[in-house]
Design a protein around this ligand. Structure first.
Ligand code: XMP
Length: 513
């Protein structure tokens, strides 16, 4: 394992961003719950610690605290926002509530030009603040390093102990020299190298999985999406044939997808894949269900039933590989929950029953989506898998409004293939993030040849987004919209009208359901 920076998460919205910036600076890091004890932390032999911000005031009753042994441990520490205030409180500094909280931009004035923390940072620069309390007096050994107009102690440091704190947020882009501050802490103060890259993560993860699993067996559910593909390929590199991948074809995939996915996994990635044709079973379970949640539940239950019965055929399996990413790791370690790490069941797998008694292996749980794509490339996954659009676990069932039937699946699948082919070949800049067809429950009157038709309305959805959390509708060229519309009404039987969805998220969602 490379030297690791551990980030103690006090419930900040920016903890993930701190992790990301640290990795961008060539240092491997992981996020841990704030209430971890020093004896547990020390087993990880952290090279440095970063204390995140948090939504609370350290002055509030019941505010999250950390093990006091951490400050005494001799490890370089950087406290950010709440993290700095906590540090200040633990070292015996005086804190007071500000008359008026300070949110947003402020001008940081560096008062101590000697400190390595602000090497290369100009005397005045713009920073991003978000706090309601302020440090006013420091104990011996600590110095105030910088200030803003409202906050007289906006950075603190003890050079001998290598303990520092900043009231502003160095991890956000609005802080002009934030990257330099983090760089100084990691490389000058904690003297870490810049040796972390995706390949080193890959090597160490492969070693870890090999050590953990030993001679035991593992299984993995492949969805065709990038996360499970990368997780499975990584684990297969570690334990080879001891890993069996199960691909459940629920019949809700896009055109030719099942065949392509299975072929790519077997022939290109040489994974040991059991492909289960469960199309009839799923269709049967979905018959008569119109409600979106009802469909999701039926699919989730059926998936578990199929997966379980396949897994039972492989004797002695001890581990379950899941492609859980950092953003999937919710409820974790927030001060409110006080429960330490808790994992959301991966929504594509739907949460496997405890009776299966399998231990989870989640090699991607510290990474973000784009880092997973990078890791996939390092593993040699083909661009068709690494660059895949997000596709919901319940598949086309969420793109058919109302009942899922064979006939309606055929309509949405054909229309979707046209939308994808036309947009893919248009080489748009920027390329939409996600695009697909939706089969609505609306029928309307049309005229084809000399005859009246009464047929289905298909909607096209194409969005720009960074993470799917918010989205804008893509401003597609009219000629492209025209081609897609003409092809859909001409080539897809049962469709006589096409609409383009021009709604943002919020208030709409990406999928129609
Ligand atoms: P919504 O519709 O919630 O979608 O705005 C946001 C993003 O999430 C995808 N999505 C899913 N992905 N399993 C997944 O893996 C699901 O059940 C699921 N539902 C929605 C959606 O395609 C979009 O990218």
């Amino acid at each position: 394992m490379p030297p690791t920076v551990l980030i103690l998460d006090f419930g900040a919205q920016y903890s993930q961003l701190i992790a990301r910036r640290t990795r961008e600076l060539g240092v491997y890091c992981e996020i841990v719950p704030y209430d971890v004890t020093w004896s547990a932390l020390s087993l990880r032999r952290p090279a440095a610690l970063i204390l995140s911000g948090g939504p609370e005031s350290t002055l509030a009753e019941g505010a999250p605290k950390m093990d006091p042994k951490i400050v005494e441990a001799g490890v370089p520490i950087l406290g950010i926002c709440y993290g700095m205030q906590l540090l200040a409180r633990d070292i015996g500094a005086e804190l007071v509530p500000l008359d008026q909280a300070e949110y947003g931009p402020a001008t940081l004035v560096v008062g101590d030009r000697e400190t390595p923390l602000f090497d290369g940072v100009p005397e005045e620069s713009r920073v991003w603040m978000s706090h309601g309390d302020s440090v006013v007096a420091l104990p011996d050994g600590y110095r105030a390093l910088a200030s803003t107009a409202r906050c007289h102690v906006a950075a603190i440091g003890n050079a001998e102990k290598k303990i520092y704190g900043v009231q502003f947020h160095p991890e956000v882009v609005h802080t002009e020299h934030g990257r330099t501050v983090l760089d100084n802490f990691l490389h000058e103060i904690a003297a870490l190298g810049r040796d972390w890259k995706m390949e080193s993560f890959l090597d160490s993860s492969v070693r870890d999985v090999r050590e953990r699993v030993g001679a035991d067996k593992a299984i993995c559910a492949l969805s065709g999406g990038v996360d499970s593909a990368v997780a499975a390929t990584l684990v297969a590199r570690a334990i080879g044939e001891q890993l069996t991948c199960i691909f459940v074809d629920h019949g809700l995939l896009r055109e030719k997808e099942a065949e392509e996915v299975v072929a790519a996994f077997r022939e290109v990635l040489h994974l040991n894949v059991v492909a289960v044709d469960a199309r009839e079973r799923f269709l049967h379970k979905l018959a008569g269900i119109e409600d979106p949640e009802g469909k999701r539940l039926a699919i989730g239950h059926e998936f578990i039933a199929v997966f379980e019965s396949e897994a039972e055929k492989i004797p002695g399996v001890k581990y379950l590989v899941q492609g859980t990413l950092y953003p999937d790791v919710i409820e974790s370690k927030t001060p409110q929950s006080k429960t330490g790490q808790k994992i959301k069941s991966h929504h594509n797998v739907g949460g496997l029953p405890d009776e299966m008694n399998l231990t989870l292996i989640e090699p991607l749980r510290a990474l973000f989506k784009d880092e997973v794509r990078e890791l996939g490339a390092a593993l040699g996954l083909p661009p068709a898998i690494v660059g895949r659009q997000p596709f919901p676990g319940p598949g086309l069932a969420v793109r058919i409004i109302g009942e899922v039937t064979d006939e309606r699946l055929a309509i949405v699948r054909e229309a979707d293939a046209i939308v994808r082919a036309e947009i893919d070949s248009s080489k748009l800049d920027p390329h939409p993030w996600q695009y697909f067809a939706v089969l609505t429950p609306v029928k309307s009157v049309g005229v084809m040849g000399d005859g009246r038709t009464y047929a289905n309305l298909v909607a096209i959805r194409a969005i720009t987004s960074e993470d799917g959390m918010t989205a804008d509708w893509a401003r597609l060229p009219h000629a492209l919209l025209e081609r897609m519309s003409a092809r859909i009404v001409n080539e897809v039987r049962g469709v006589n009208r096409v609409a383009y969805d021009i709604t943002t998220k919020p208030p709409a969602t990406v999928e129609w359901e």
